[in-house]
Design a protein around this ligand. Sequence first.
Ligand code: PHE
Ligand code: NA
Length: 506
Amino acid sequence: AVKVRESFTGRKAFIITAIGSAVGLGNIWRFPYITYENGGGAFLIPYLVALLTAGIPILFFDYAIGHKFRGSPPLAFKRLHPATEFIGWFQVGVCFLISIYYAAIIAWACSYTWFSFTQAWGDDAEGFFFGEYLQYDGGGTEGAGLSVDFVAQVGWPLIAVWVVLLICLAAGVRKGIAMVSMLGIPVLVIMFVILVIYSLTLEGASMGLNALFTPDWAALGDPQVWIAAYGQIFFTLSVGFGIMITYASYLKRRSNTTGSGLVVGFANSSFELLAGIGVFAALGFLAFAAGTAVDEVASSGLGLAFVAFPTIISEAPLSALVGVLFFGSLVLAGFTSQISILEVVIASVKDKTGWSRPLTVAIVGGASALISIVLLGGVSGLTILDVVDAFSNNVGIVGGALLAAVVLSWVVRKLPVLTEGLNGYSSFKVGPIWRALIAVVIPLVLGSLLVQDIMTKIEEGYGGYDQWVVSSFGWGAIGLVILIAVIASLARWPRRSALTMEDPDL
Ligand code: PHE
Ligand code: NA
């Protein structure tokens, strides 16, 4: 039988959707702080080096696999070499883990968009977030067990987020996935630019910018700073865990893949820089208002978004508007990334089973939603989020990318085929330098990142949580991914699967 694979309407749709995946919470709350912590202005050098030697080359690598072999990670790897299907499922497993907790952050940001109108957090943003809002019970520390007791004000927005997500995914590549980014990304950019301009007008903004950008050149001699740069680049570009493979599989045969990759990489880094400026201008204001130094108020992740920013919002002029712009940006940036993670899981199961999209979304998406709502909608959700995140991001993403680069370069030796695929219709040609980066530089960098991270986690555990929590939700999650990957890659491809269908565009 012949089966026409879903596709993007054109190059513009692909680029915007890929930007939707890349631009996420990592740009807004990770980049500014990582830069600040690792040498300020001087960090831009390792950052650029990492972008050019690892980020863009792996982005091309993912595009090449998905575009040439036209499939979700398991299908594309299977076609590339039957023995590598496992790598695809490993990446799917990592996406599954991330999708479970990423949805919760979007749900919180939705709640906070609403809270911005009344500044529900009052004058204790920290107490409000952990206590009143999350009802966090400290589960998993000091002998306390984990509990899934439902927290209504967290759980209901989470359910709503999942419903909208699954509807968008069921609508398909063009009418759902691409549409969300085509509508959401322009709105995000406009909202965020307004927010940044506004932040720059606040008193103390220049103090924040000085704190962020004043270069500490000595940092360049510190290996940790370089590791941080490579880690940020992997996370921020959404490379190495199947997302770009999946999106590239929806490209038409004659596509300028490398040209699009450069646009996506440039757009993502620009957004990151913009976020750095906006976030630190606002933190400068906060420090100024509190009469302290910027390092007293600077923080990353949840602390920045749900503690520092609410405080800024309360103290700044036009509070409600700023709150809606900031939390609305988090929702949009997060939602378009979450769609991309889930689509990897959906597309992979769909390709292998031959089920229709709506059926796959109902079964796989429904199961993910249920797990997410039970685990993250309860009083111990924060512990689970923190531990799963630490393992899926470092061990999972880095491990998956390392596996793919090493096996394809050295075991099944497919870089020549991928080079041809990339150069077929592209404006920017790749050659020996690209192959050397994938085969040598990237394995070395990723290998050292991974070894170092695993050693630290073995020696020190993680985040002060009880050992059983780290074992079950951290190492256990990685074990689960490996188990899923083994079982799924051993399973037979049924006759109606995408593998056995003739693809006219392949
Ligand atoms: N690229 C995203 C970001 O910068 C990271 C991400 C994408 C994480 C998709 C998870 C899923 O935030
Ligand atoms: Na990003």
